[in-house]
Design a protein around this ligand. Structure first.
Ligand SMILES: N[C@@H](CCC(=O)N[C@@H](CS)C(=O)NCC(=O)O)C(=O)O
Length: 217
């Protein structure tokens, strides 16, 4: 029996964590229903908590064979989908050393870069001048650029993604791509070209258009 997936996400203009599994599911061609909960309203907390034990989105509900389970937190959702649908996407690289690196940089994104998150919040529909970038955020941006440049120089030549085909690592960094775009953060050519490849993905365009429509409403 095929599973029915419902992905609970936040507002597309601002919910960076929601974008990650949504994008990977689209890239994997997995059918799913999306349930969008608007963030920052008086009802948000209760609406999310009805579906997600952490009170945060994203959360993935899996209905299968009369049973229902929920996975919450972006990386846990991605790992679960990789396990359930190994052949639909190159979720993690097959090569062990590459996989170790892809996992490490994904976890580094998941747990790190606090100033990039706080000082450059995701706002896909906007184009804004960059705020003052202190030493801490400059160091975090430099680290992201180093991660991208190093992976792309070995695995992403000729228009590839961080580890060749699109993987979880690309999904984890996609919101950062939009932040760099929104705030016009200057990047070296290789990193800039990578951001444009991510933004040009049909699924990214779909999310971006929805974010713009949301912001305009
Ligand atoms: N570590 C979590 C972070 C999830 C998170 O912080 N989600 C935000 C939206 S992007 C949220 O649900 N905030 C609750 C709220 O705005 O009330 C993940 O990776 O999924």
């Amino acid at each position: 029996m095929t599973a029915r997936y419902t992905l609970f996400i936040g507002s597309k203009n601002t919910s960076s964590w929601s974008l990650r599994p949504w994008l990977a599911m689209k890239m994997a061609g997995l059918p799913f229903e999306e349930s969008l909960i608007r963030l920052r309203t008086p009802e948000t907390k209760a609406a999310i908590s009805a579906h997600s034990p952490s009170g945060k989105v994203p959360a993935l509900q899996i209905d299968e064979a009369g049973a229902s389970l929920v996975v919450w937190d972006s990386l846990a959702i991605l790992e679960t989908l990789a396990e359930r649908h190994p052949s639909t996407l190159s979720w993690w690289p097959k090569n062990e050393a590459m996989r170790a690196e892809a996992r490490s940089v994904s976890a580094e994104m998941h747990s790190g870069f606090p100033d990039v998150r706080n000082i450059l919040p995701m706002e896909i529909a906007a184009k804004k001048p960059a705020p003052e970038l202190n030493d801490a955020i400059q160091a975090q941006i430099a680290r992201i650029v180093a991660i991208w440049s190093s992976a792309l120089s070995r695995f992403g030549k000729d228009g590839g993604f961080l580890f060749g085909p699109f993987s979880i690592a690309d999904a984890m960094y996609a919101p950062v791509v939009t932040r760099f775009e929104t705030y016009g953060i200057p990047l070296p050519a290789v990193a800039q070209a990578y951001t444009q490849r991510i933004l040009a993905l049909p699924a990214m365009r779909e999310w971006t258009e929805a974010a713009k429509a949301e912001a305009a409403a």
